[in-house]
Design a protein around this ligand. Sequence first.
Ligand SMILES: NC(=O)c1ccc[n+]([C@@H]2O[C@H](COP(=O)([O-])OP(=O)(O)OC[C@H]3O[C@@H](n4cnc5c(N)ncnc54)[C@H](O)[C@@H]3O)[C@@H](O)[C@H]2O)c1
Length: 264
Amino acid sequence: MTQPVTDLFNLKGKVAVVTGAAMGIGKAIAYRLAECGAAVIITDINLDAANSTVEEFKARGFNTAATKADAGNVEDAGKTVQYAIDTFGDINILVNNAGIYPFSPALDIKEEMWDKTIDINLKGVMFYSRAAALAMKDKNHGGKIVNIASIDAFRPTGNIAHYNASKGGVVMLTKALAKEWAPLGILVNAVAPGSIATPGTTASITGLSPEQQKEMAKEYVAKIPIGRFGEPDDIAKAVLFLASAASDYIVGTTIIADGGVLLS
Ligand SMILES: NC(=O)c1ccc[n+]([C@@H]2O[C@H](COP(=O)([O-])OP(=O)(O)OC[C@H]3O[C@@H](n4cnc5c(N)ncnc54)[C@H](O)[C@@H]3O)[C@@H](O)[C@H]2O)c1
């Protein structure tokens, strides 16, 4: 029996965890999942920002809660999944969104920056996924795990080798976990965003005058075949597809959502 199309994106009864969801891409993902009926746990290291996102979502009638958790901390992975179970009774969807992208030429990089980037962007994806998968297995139901990679996994931007390595790792980890966990009904996939306008990308532009920033943005947009920067919701819609029943036969893939940058 074919599932009616109106049911494919109905997430009522599902519990989702989105890491680093106080703002930026994570917030847009949490919004779409909640809009489709999921109860959504917003995790972030910035609890004040996470709480105000929850207030904003609650005002729209969404079922959400926030918890402070570091995406790079293994202990926090287990605690976050337990928080989802304690708060909403289950975990069905995990989105590993939190990530950092500090710039440094490879010749100057300090061990601390390498470790922090790998911990948050890659190690955390492993251990949050493991904690979620253990709970899904324990509850004897499948689930969906969506990892946020980057087009930097496929083509280096420059001066951010540690980030390239972490996101390349996310793409391969996605395939490896997908292969091991598909027999359990736990489907692992990823989305690789291109250039998305977020608080993080705005903050990463430093030392330029407003005119220089405008010029830089113009030059960059000229390299995007679709002719514009991405919005957080451009990524959220791809994540929604991978978190929904519309993608039930998709295992270990990475959807590139970059307006065509990798083609140029
Ligand atoms: N914005 C882009 O152009 C772009 C492109 C490709 C990939 N990505 C990826 O998308 C994801 C989100 O990026 P963004 O631009 O929305 O980021 P952002 O910096 O705008 O927001 C990130 C959020 O994560 C939180 N956070 C930071 N460190 C954390 C930690 N250790 N634990 C928990 N939360 C933490 C921040 O407080 C913030 O709320 C990242 O994985 C990033 O690598 C972004």
